[in-house]
Structure formats: structure tokens, C-alpha cells
Design a protein around this ligand. Structure first.
Ligand code: ATP
Length: 256
């Protein structure tokens, strides 16, 4: 998927010759210390971030979306196939949860239809089904900015379902959630992966979430891939190598 990708900000290499390949339908955790390049890699995959000119290339679902430091026209179609979930600001605050989820259908409709809220009833049914599936249909009419963080994250997952996404890129989706909501969101991502065959790449600060929910883990450190393998292979020695000895206590913080 990403081959020899570098991204430089001023004098800092956020990504340094990163090559990773994630198969369709795979669920992968992306971990690493703060500033190691996780968000930059996800943003580059969606084309929100241009990569350095050079040999680097990013392919999404078989189509090249970035090459020679430029996004290609294929990036639009690739984005349509990718659901994005962020730590915050996933939804448009003043719109209802339902309208936010309907925005997932926007890419498939002629512009005017979405603009005037003239949603096809099949899409409305789909949106309600998606809200029901993620467990927040009771809040459909509520303004998004009055929902809890966990409800908003689940709304973002429902939007990805309505969008018909084939894959999900989630950037610290549980970082600001309480443990119960975090677990629910992680379980939903696992369900989408196992039941719907959606590919999931999720960045996580909590190592134990990565181990519990993902079979494969990729670790970045200072812009380089320092581990790519089964989550069972992440022992304390490896984690010290990734995060440094001073963070040993933090690896298992969610177990407390
Ligand atoms: N737009 C930008 N301008 C300048 N530097 C940037 C920009 N975006 C990222 N960086 C730098 O690139 C490096 C990687 O950042 P990135 O956000 O990808 O890390 P991260 O692993 O996602 O960190 P965190 O876990 O804290 O979110 C950091 O040193 C960051 O300061």
C-alpha cells in the first residue's frame, strides 16, 4: 500500500522511507510514541497530506493515489471507499446525528440532492439501519454537538457504513473516551472487520487495546517502521525498544 514513503516538515522527517502493505479485509493497529508519524501516514493514505517527491508511492485498493509528491485523480474514488474516524470533530456539530450519517451518502448523489436535503428514501432507511446497528438510533434527531464522545464516534462509524466504505482509517478513535465507550468502539471496529470484511487501520495510544483487538501491529518510531508483525510478538523488550524505558508503566495503563 505505501512504498518508500517519506514526508518532511521543515527539517523534520515525519515519515522516513515507510513501506507497509495492508491486505483488503485486514485489521491493523498502528502504534508508536507521540510524534512518530502515525497521523501523517493515515493522512497520506487518504491524500489529505502530500508525500515528498521521490520514489514514494501510495496505492489504495489497487489504485495509485500519490506518486512523485502529488495526489492522482484516483484519490477521489479511493476516499469514497474509505471511512475516516478521528479522535474528535467527526461530526458537524449543529446538524443532527441523522443528517451527519446521511452525509456519508453524499459522494454517491448528485450535488443538489444532498444540498437540499432531498435524500432518497433508500438512503434514509440505510442511515437509520446503520444508527441502529451501532446502537445510537435513539439519538438520531439530536444535534451532534450535544452527544457524548462515544455516541459521536459510533455516529462516525454509522456514516462510514452509509458511505459504503470498504475500509476504515481511524486516528486515535478512543483516545478521549472512557474505558466502556472505548471498548464499545473497538468492538464495533472488530465487528465491521470480521462480519463485513472491512479493512481497518487504527492508530492507538494504548498498547493493550492494540494487542486485544488487532492481530497485526505496525509500530512507528521517528518516522520509521520498527515493528510489523503479530500483536502476540509485542513483549516488554520490544515495547521498550519502541517507546523507551521511561514509558514502561504506561504500556498497560488500561488494565488498571
Ligand atoms: N502540518 C505539519 N507541520 C509541521 N510539522 C508537522 C505537521 N504535521 C505533523 N508534523 C510533525 O510530524 C511529526 C509526526 O507527527 P504525527 O502527527 O504524524 O505523529 P503521531 O505519531 O500521529 O503523534 P500523536 O500520537 O501525538 O498524534 C511530528 O514531529 C509533528 O510535529
Amino acid at each position: 500500500m505505501a512504498r518508500d514513503v517519506s514526508k518532511t516538515f521543515g527539517a523534520r522527517k515525519a515519515l522516513d522511507s515507510v513501506s507497509v502493505s495492508v491486505a483488503e479485509g485486514e485489521m491493523v493497529a498502528l502504534i508508536g510514541p507521540s510524534g512518530s508519524g502515525k497521523s501523517t501516514l493515515l493522512r497520506s493514505i487518504t491524500g489529505l497530506q502530500s508525500i515528498d517527491a521521490g520514489s514514494g508511492q501510495i496505492d489504495v485498493f489497487g489504485a495509485c493515489v500519490q506518486k512523485n509528491g502529488r495526489t492522482t485523480p484516483a484519490v477521489r474514488a479511493a476516499r469514497q471507499k474509505l471511512g475516516m474516524i478521528f479522535q474528535q470533530f467527526n461530526l458537524v456539530g449543529r446538524l443532527s446525528l441523522f443528517s451527519n450519517v446521511m452525509l456519508g451518502a453524499l459522494g454517491r448523489l448528485p450535488g443538489w440532492q444532498g444540498l437540499f436535503g432531498a435524500w432518497p428514501s433508500a438512503d434514509k432507511t440505510k442511515a437509520m439501519a446503520a444508527l441502529h446497528r451501532v446502537g445510537v438510533s435513539d439519538y438520531a434527531a439530536q444535534r451532534a454537538n450535544t452527544l457524548s464522545g462515544g455516541q459521536q464516534q459510533r455516529g462516525a462509524i454509522a456514516r462510514a457504513l452509509v458511505q459504503g466504505a470498504k475500509g476504515i482509517l481511524a486516528d486515535e478513535p478512543v483516545a478521549s473516551l472512557d474505558p466502556v465507550s472505548a471498548r464499545k468502539v473497538m468492538e464495533l471496529l472488530v465487528e465491521l472487520n470480521k462480519r463485513d470484511g472491512m479493512g481497518v487501520i487504527v492508530t492507538l495510544h494504548q498498547v493493550d487495546y492494540a494487542i486485544r483487538y488487532c492481530d497485526r501491529v505496525i509500530a512507528l518510531k521517528m518516522g520509521k517502521v520498527v515493528y510489523d508483525g503479530p500483536s502476540t510478538g509485542l513483549d516488554t523488550t520490544r515495547l521498550i525498544d519502541i517507546y523507551g524505558p521511561e514509558f514502561e508503566d504506561a504500556f498497560w495503563e488500561t488494565k488498571a
